[in-house]
Design a protein around this ligand. Structure first.
Ligand code: ADP
Length: 161
């Protein structure tokens, strides 16, 4: 079975993430979304359970997708799941430096790990979970950028200024 890992903090999952998930799941037999349970991004808006729930709800139509939380080295998580493939999304040029460092570090930790970069549809190249949260909190319209389920959760969580 050809399994790939798509890691991230998904706070919350956006249509940009879902675009990458759809593309990756069309290539691999199984795609495991690795939800990082402890992020170094201070104060996540949503708890791990909430982030997991939104990911599961938003990917329920794709049977080959599974959501698993982890809090260890990505290369170890990949190995534990019998995978050598890590999928990452590349939006703008600004993603490149961080992704370059991370993929080389992972390769140094385990030379058999391959990082595959995918570009989302151009309508999602400018969005991130952070921008969606910020725009939403000031009353901006983010309906095109998150599934309806996630939009409802944002409404319950964020008091619009
Ligand atoms: P991380 O904290 O690891 O960056 P994120 O949840 O922010 O976690 O992102 C997970 C992955 O999804 C990363 O590879 C990121 O580049 C990618 N990603 C985030 N937003 C988008 C988007 N709008 N389009 C494509 N890829 C995206």
């Amino acid at each position: 079975m050809n399994t790939a890992i798509y890691p991230g903090s998904f706070d919350p999952v956006t249509n940009g993430h879902l675009d990458i998930i759809a593309r990756a799941s069309s290539i691999f037999d199984e795609l495991i979304i690795g939800l990082v349970s402890e992020t170094n991004k201070e104060n996540s808006l949503f708890s791990v359970k909430e982030r997991e729930d939104m990911l599961m709800e938003s990917t329920k139509s794709i049977p080959s997708v599974r959501v698993k939380t982890f809090n260890s080295l990505l290369v170890d998580f990949a190995k534990e799941n019998g995978s050598k493939m890590v999928v990452r999304g590349l939006r703008a040029f600004s993603d490149y430096e961080y992704e370059f460092k991370m993929s080389l570090m992972n390769r140094n930790l385990d030379d058999s790990i391959v990082t595959l970069f995918m570009m989302p549809h151009q309508s999602y190249t400018h969005i991130s979970s952070s921008i969606v949260k910020e725009v939403f909190s000031f009353g901006g319209d983010v309906k095109n950028y998150v599934p309806e389920y996630v939009h409802d959760k944002l409404r319950k969580k964020i008091e619009v200024k």
